[in-house]
Design a protein around this ligand. Sequence first.
Ligand code: GDP
Ligand code: CA
Length: 334
Amino acid sequence: MDGRLPPRLVVPAGGIGGARFLRGLLDVAPPGAEITVIGNTGDDIWLHGLRVCPDLDTVMYTLGGGISDERGWGREDETFTVKDELAAYGVEPTWFGLGDRDIATHLVRTRMLQAGYPLSAVTEALCTRWQPGVRLLPMSDERAETHVVVDDPDGTVGEDGQPQRRALHFQEWWVRYRAALPAHEIVLVGAQETRPAPGVLEAIAAADAIILPPSNPVVSIGTILQVSGMRQALLDSPAPIVGVSPIIGGRPVRGMADACLEAIGVETSAGAVGAHYGARTSGGILDGWLVDEVDAPVEIPGVTVTSLPLLMSDPAATGRIAAAALDLAERLHR
Ligand code: GDP
Ligand code: CA
């Protein structure tokens, strides 16, 4: 970002936190800026024969003007007739809220996947309708899904008298059980077989700045980092990497990120999450870290830390956070 050319920005993102931040970033980015989003697909799931990609859709609907602002996910003016009808048939799972409008997206996606298109091409096709203003790439075209190892919720006990462990799909743990079952482990099943989707590595290599939005550090950003070669690509990039803390005052603001952090042994604090990402000078992925004023001072050796209000309460506040991330990246540009 030498001020002469519109910058190329790369943002690895989850769902709600990532999408809201991106809306602010689009408001304040210089004219002509190219924003490439690397979307988390570890949350993806097959439901009733449909391929559902919650985080890609949250970004697409939020930036395309179709999101339910009240819920933060799914479509506005949504109805749930199909969901109710499926429940009337007693068909499981009943705990996932597939809306009628939303189902059209999953029908298009599933049909294209079954016709042999990779997820990246499907996502591009869906985005021709929504025009999100960013280039939205899935982290990978290969399937890899996050699972959470818990004590069997049905209470099954093994021969040793100990509770039997079971791996639940992330969505079942998150949506059905509200992350209330203590997680022994969070695993991206299939991670070894993944490769970054077409365009991802090129975007990282050409980036002027890489911004980590306040997405879940474990099951959004942490998942993206597990795609083969992704972490190394970030380490190799000459662009500054600036992150925004998803934790304010020891709380995840929205959602249950604290349950995910506990599973990987990281304290729920802005400092601990920044230290978990780590300084690039010592093999981590951060050059800069934005924390909320209530969390300052935070010190992470090798990382430039700045504090400002980080609550994305309205578009103006979110724009100020995005602008601060861009300013810090500009300062750290080598
Ligand atoms: P998800 O995939 O829908 O869970 O969304 P993300 O992973 O992109 O983001 C979820 C995270 O956003 C949560 O864990 C929160 O910590 C964070 N978050 C939500 N709202 C805010 C906010 O207003 N400010 C900040 N700093 N973080 C937020
Ligand atoms: Ca998610």
